[in-house]
Design a protein around this ligand. Structure first.
Ligand SMILES: [Zn+2]
Length: 471
């Protein structure tokens, strides 16, 4: 008897789980589209104009959050709530976040398969393991942190084989993968373009000779170095920005685009907003925006009026009802998971949120998953494709709350910015060690490259040049 019941419940449970997981991985913009599609195809679903609290369903006046669910409770200086407001739209911001789906970051395992499928035909049987090893070692940005010699040793391949496989991977789609950093990724992408195009040549010289200046948008200096006008330098920089991607495995937004992130209104609308409570400076307020204004529910009239006379119609009717209530339930579960996730994340990263990158705690998706009682993959999905507005106005991808190398990178950047004379990588590593951060010189060099900071001897040359010399 019990078994029979289990059997009948299983398909629903599986459907429930699968749908909740797929909804979790959507940003608010994507979710809005999904809800619209669902409403259009299911008469049992209805969207009421009425504003209700997404948590307790109390009717609300205007777009203000629910006074009951947001009444300050003693919760360690943290207030996390689901908002009836839509993400950013109420602020009158211009959205340019409608990134085509093909620019969304691929899940790492999918990316590896995607690349492997392209290069499989060109691999010798002995190189397959090597290619798989490289593809599974890529960072979130698509970079390969270990140099070829280390890879060769780990896979018992020759250096020649490693280099051949790396070049196959770098030329596959998305181009520039398995390179050591943004500059090399951009150069690898240039390799695939028409060498006769003068812009390709200029872009290559710019990346070779003025990468740091490019990051700082010092067009006058770039022009002087390359012997072109400031205008031409700017054109080439814009061209690089439009045609190439410094983080091949990542969407073209996020931590690699600090300049754009500095202006939230022209960048994109956040899915979540974190602010300091105006009433209590010690409390962080976390508002998780709705995908849509209004109240999505199963139409109660549809539930009552079942056309029992016609059997076929009745079957369709109940399928609509079932699908509608499942969708509403999954949506609620998505919201609940988002709320629990944000509560846990914000509590742990309070210093990062208020004081900047260097205070990022090294937390993992697994530890957050354990804390809120879900599977690690649930956390990964909930984090995917979400952006957060911080109290200082920056909008960053939610996955930055997990970036462990960031705090060290930020400290290196700061040291270089404040250095009286150029410090070598060894000196930077020694200073970091004195601050309690143990990193190898090689790691300093790698992080420096990621930040687009030149080696010490070249920084020296740069400083030696007359600053602000006008033609
Ligand atoms: Zn409420």
């Amino acid at each position: 008897m019990l078994q029979v019941q289990d059997q009948s419940l299983r398909p629903l449970t599986t459907a429930h789980l699968a749908q909740t997981m797929s909804l979790l991985a959507l940003s608010n913009l994507e979710l809005r589209e999904r809800v619209l599609t669902e409403i259009a195809s299911n008469p049992a679903l209805e969207m009421l104009d009425e504003r209700v609290c997404p948590t307790c369903h109390r009717p609300l006046a205007g777009s203000a959050p629910c006074p009951v669910c947001t009444s300050p409770q003693a919760q360690d200086g943290l207030l996390v709530f689901l908002s009836p407001r839509e993400s950013g739209r109420t602020a009158g911001a211009v959205s340019i976040d409608e990134t085509p789906a093909d620019q969304e970051p691929a899940a790492p395992e999918d990316l590896a398969l995607h690349v492997l499928a392209q290069i499989a035909g060109e691999l010798e049987p002995s190189e397959r393991h090597l290619a798989a090893y490289v593809l599974s070692s890529l960072s979130e940005d698509g970079f390969l942190e270990d140099p070829p010699a280390i890879i060769a040793r780990a896979t018992r391949a020759t250096l020649g084989q490693v280099e051949r496989v790396l070049s196959l991977i770098a030329r596959a789609d998305p181009p520039g993968l398995a390179t050591p950093g943004p500059r090399q990724a951009l150069l690898a992408q240039l390799d695939l373009m028409d060498p006769g195009d003068p812009m390709v040549g200029l872009a290559r010289r710019m990346l070779d000779e003025c990468f740091a200046e490019l990051g700082r948008r010092e067009f006058e200096r770039i022009g002087q170095t390359l012997g072109v006008s400031q205008m031409r330098a700017r054109q080439a920089a814009d061209w690089i920005h439009a045609k190439l991607n410094p983080y091949p495995a990542r969407a073209f937004w996020g931590s690699g685009r600090q300049a754009a992130a500095a202006d939230p209104n022209v960048y994109h609308n956040p899915d979540i907003q974190i602010s300091v409570s105006p009433n209590d400076k010690g409390t962080l307020v976390v508002e998780i925006f709705s995908a849509m204004a209004g109240w999505l529910r199963v139409n109660p009239l549809f539930r009552q009026a079942s056309p029992a006379s016609d059997e076929e119609m009745s079957g369709e009717w109940s399928r609509h009802l079932e699908r509608a209530s499942l969708f509403v339930k999954c949506l609620q579960q998505r919201n609940n998971t988002m709320r629990r996730l944000m509560k846990s994340l914000v509590a742990r990263q309070k210093d990062f949120i208020l004081q900047g990158d260097r205070h990022l705690q090294p937390i993992t998706r697994a530890s957050i998953a354990a804390e809120i009682g879900v599977h690690e993959s649930t956390v990964s999905r909930a984090v995917a494709h979400k952006s957060v507005a911080l109290p200082d106005g920056r909008i960053i991808p939610l996955h930055r709350f997990f970036d462990r190398s960031l705090s060290v990178r930020d400290r290196i950047k700061e040291m270089v910015d404040l250095e009286a004379r150029p410090m070598t990588d060894d000196e930077i590593a020694a200073r970091l060690r004195r601050e309690g951060v143990s990193v190898a010189r090689r790691t300093v060099a790698k992080y420096r490259a990621v930040e687009g900071i030149l080696p010490a001897r070249l920084r020296h040359a740069r400083r030696g040049a007359p600053i602000g010399a006008q033609a």
